[in-house]
Design a protein. Structure first.
Length: 413
């Protein structure tokens, strides 16, 4: 039985004993029991496991303001998993059978890869594009989506044409300008078979999960881009293995929405303080088929697109990209309206922090980290990270400085 979140449970009856600071005695919890009965009537299959024997044991919790939201969160999660189970089993309720095949049967199967972007991304996979704020993640995902939708080449890699669904969960106004810029710069095609949802889809809510499953199934989308993961996972703790395991399981349900391995899911996510990996639980990287990392100090000069993980494939070479400004017109005050598109033309890879430090160390002997930062023209934080990596690589060694508690750094001999 479906219950709207607008339906409210009965307010608990006031207990004078509780107001005076003492606990109600047995028989004084009518309000609590009323709420428990209401939950049981509303959706007994979901609610009953939450209402254990003896409502008195939960009375203090049920009287708090957090009770209703906690209940609904639990109900939403259970409904989401129940809906996923129903869809996995099929409308008639029959489960997909467990089939045992011989090694020889499997060995003879067709092993031609089902590519979406050849050498970069396969069909029927769950992938992640991660990068720090301001590293052009959305420009990359828009360019990928349009190239796939039109069956063109993406940065020299052949794309298999398929319908694309793009979930714009944040920055809708900016996304519209980026879409206009791409269309204008690439020949103003009559139609790009990409559909757009201009609001976050909350995958922790059963209604949103069911709706997006139906949308993918009916539209038979071969690529779904979720930009960003954080805005579509409100209420899910990204640092918790259990929460992220459940979230990623739902991504694999989306992958199989209209047929098994029918859709590629691309999650756009942020990196944290450690820019070499996506933010959140280690369960995220472990569950992905492919992961991509974007690094850039200045996207107008150079964006480094890396592929640190491709299941069943060797890692490819880094791609060097950059943003190019596109003029879209004038606003009401006569000022230019601009956006950018992604290009790989005339990109020169910038000197890395480690390269700058290596150059600064030449002929200097033992120097301090502060001196390294000065000679290499880097900030203290960037210097510290790069020196740490060079020490691990064995390019630098740490040595004591005579007459000082501090240690110095010198080039390894």
């Amino acid at each position: 039985m479906s219950v709207s979140r607008l339906d409210k449970p009965p307010a608990p009856k006031e207990d004078k004993r509780a107001r005076n600071g003492s606990k109600p005695e047995d028989g004084q919890t009518d309000g609590v029991r009323d709420r428990a009965k209401w939950l049981d009537r509303s959706d007994p299959e979901v609610a009953r496991p939450m209402i254990l024997s003896g409502a008195e044991d939960m009375s203090d919790h049920m009287r708090t303001e957090m009770f209703e939201e906690n209940v609904w969160t639990s109900i939403d999660n259970q409904r989401a998993f129940a809906e996923a189970k129903r869809r996995l089993e099929g409308e008639d309720g029959t489960r997909e059978p467990i089939v045992v095949r011989t090694f020889e049967d499997v060995r003879l199967d067709d092993i031609q890869p089902a590519t979406l972007i050849k050498g970069v991304m396969d069909r029927g996979t769950v992938c992640m594009l991660a990068g720090f704020a301001g590293t052009a993640k959305s420009f990359i995902s828009i360019d990928m989506g349009c190239r796939v939708a039109l069956g063109q080449y993406w940065m020299g890699h052949k794309c298999t044409k398929t319908r694309v669904l793009y979930i714009v969960a944040e920055g809708t106004a900016g996304w519209k300008k980026r879409a206009r810029a791409w269309w204008k710069k690439h020949g103003e095609p009559d139609r790009i078979p990409m559909d757009v949802i201009e609001r976050p889809v909350q995958f922790a809510q059963s209604d949103d999960l069911a709706d997006i499953m139906d949308i993918i199934k009916n539209g038979q989308y071969g690529l779904v881009i979720i930009d960003t993961m954080a805005r579509c996972s409100i209420g899910i703790e990204e640092n918790a293995v259990k929460d992220m395991g459940g979230f990623l399981d739902r991504m694999y349900q989306l992958r199989d929405a209209f047929k098994k391995n029918g859709t590629t899911i691309l999650l756009v996510h942020h990196t944290g303080y450690d820019k070499s990996r996506s933010r959140g639980s280690s369960a995220i990287a472990a569950a992905l088929d492919d992961s991509y990392l974007v690094e850039s100090e200045d996207p107008a000069e150079c964006i480094v697109f890396k592929c640190p993980r491709r299941k069943d494939y060797a890692m490819g070479d880094d791609l060097l990209l950059k943003l190019e400004v596109v003029h879209l017109g004038l606003d009401s005050d006569g000022d230019p309206i601009t956006s950018c598109i992604l290009t790989s033309d005339d990109v020169v890879r910038p000197e890395s922090d480690k390269d700058k430090i290596r150059a600064a160390m030449v002929g200097r002997g033992v120097i301090t980290r502060k001196q390294i930062a000065e000679y290499a023209d880097l900030g203290q934080a960037r210097t510290s990270r790069a020196v740490k990596e060079l020490l691990v690589d064995g390019d630098l060694i740490e040595v004591p400085i005579e007459g000082s508690r501090a240690s110095g750094i010198q080039t390894a001999i």
